[in-house]
Design a protein around this ligand. Structure first.
Ligand code: RP5
Length: 165
């Protein structure tokens, strides 16, 4: 039973969104990832939300480019948290997707992360943090990861300091 459902608007989004899966796997969070489009497959979008909610999904992650309505369309149909990843690759360089994803009307929030791969990674981290509210083991893993990142920065700092001494 996937805890996190990742939906992307097109197969063409795959390369930019797959880092979300890398992070979720690393954190041992169960997920499913598939394609559905708010515009091209509106009924499938509604059906997937209904189906995965019934299966116990806790968080939805939605990625789309251009007039990116997928996250909003999902948020309209669930009370579970929705995280939106705007996807670039258009003449507007993703500003279109960013504004479409972030500018939701009151009552229907989409927690919008950065564009493309950076956003995909943070969508996974944010989903994990939401799940960690009711999962102390996951919370402990997240704390370990933060400690490791902190150590990395300290080590890099020492390397750079020595290199330019
Ligand atoms: C959006 O339109 C998709 O999320 C994708 O980023 C963009 C272009 O889709 P394709 O024409 O490549 O399928 O719905």
């Amino acid at each position: 039973m996937p805890q996190v459902v990742i939906l992307m608007g097109s197969k063409s989004d795959e390369e930019k969104i797959s880092p979300c899966v890398d992070v979720l796997r690393h954190l041992k969070v169960s997920y499913v990832m598939t394609v559905c489009s708010a515009h091209r497959t509106p009924e499938r979008t509604v059906e997937l939300v209904r189906q995965y909610e019934a299966d116990g999904a806790r968080v939805f992650v939605c990625a789309a480019g251009m007039a990116a309505h997928l996250a909003g369309a999902v948020a309209a149909r669930t009370l579970r948290p929705v995280i939106g990843i705007p996807v670039s690759g258009t003449a507007l360089c993703g500003m279109d997707a960013l504004f479409s994803t972030v500018q939701m009307p009151p009552g229907y929030p989409v927690a919008t992360v950065a564009l493309d791969k950076a956003g995909a990674r943070n969508a996974a981290w944010l989903a994990a943090q939401i799940l960690a509210l009711s999962d102390p083991e996951l919370e402990a893993r997240l704390m370990e990861e933060r400690a490791a990142m902190s150590l990395d920065v300290t080590r890099s700092g020492e390397e750079i300091r020595q290199k330019y001494a």
